[in-house]
Design a protein around this ligand. Structure first.
Ligand code: CA
Length: 240
């Protein structure tokens, strides 16, 4: 099945460039140059007359600064109805804004200018995650000499068993379930420690340091457990 992407972007040049690149990659691309056009397409462009309630697209790429409003309005209205993956693209890069959008349900955030290759990689991750949450939860991870089996609670580095404390394992497991995606400090703290701990970012620094010491070949230059400055952490996408 051809995947359908809705691209909401008012910059004509960028819209054409992305539409061309995504079409070459095999996506079917619907474009909108404004908030109202994007909303209308989402509401009326049904893929299948037999299931009119199914979302019209598989993924949304959303610019924030649009002529008739803020892309965030569309994100909010989408989140009330669908679990569609949404990638925000914007020239705005304040950490606070990124955190806000991720917590509001955006799957990822790309600051302009970005490469098409980066966009395609983030799209693959977002699509896979939405797919896997429906089918089955992620339980395995392998990348760069690290192997994690969440069901067996087993962690191997270069084939050697690594002992993690329950909290370290919980943190790693949360990142494995979102591998390739940024997870905000708030999401990590809420999911691993509990909602009452969302301001305790020093826990994260401490436990991330411990995890890196156990899992990274060079803990001071992490290749797997990456910092998204001011926003959160990202475990590098799994192999294959
Ligand atoms: Ca814009």
């Amino acid at each position: 099945m051809t995947l359908r992407v809705l691209l909401v972007e008012d910059d004509r040049e960028l819209r054409r460039t992305l539409q061309g690149a995504l079409t070459v990659e095999g996506y079917q691309v619907l474009t909108a140059a404004s908030l109202s056009e994007g909303m209308a397409l989402l509401q009326h462009a049904h893929r299948d007359a037999l299931s009119p309630s199914a979302p019209a697209v598989d993924l949304v790429i959303l610019d924030l600064g649009l002529p008739d409003g803020d892309g965030e309005t569309l994100l909010a209205s989408l989140r009330q109805r669908h679990a569609l993956p949404v990638l925000v693209i914007s020239a705005r890069q304040a950490d606070g804004l990124k955190i806000h959008l991720l917590d509001a349900g955006a799957d990822d955030y790309l600051v302009k200018p970005f490469s098409v290759g980066e966009l395609l990689a983030r799209m693959r991750v977002a699509l896979r995650h939405r797919g896997t949450t429906v089918r089955a939860a992620v339980t395995q991870y392998a990348q760069g000499g690290l192997q994690v089996d969440l069901t067996a609670q087993r962690v191997l580095r270069d084939g050697q068993a690594v002992h993690l404390t329950p909290t370290e394992f919980g943190l790693l497991a949360r990142l494995v379930r979102s591998a390739g995606q940024v997870v905000t400090h708030r999401q990590l703290l809420a999911d691993v420690w509990g909602p009452e701990f969302i301001t305790h970012t020093h826990y994260l620094r401490l436990y991330m340091g411990q995890l890196r010491a156990k899992l990274e070949a060079e803990p001071s230059e992490p290749r797997l457990l990456l910092t998204e400055p001011g926003v959160g952490y990202r475990l590098v996408e799994a192999d294959g």
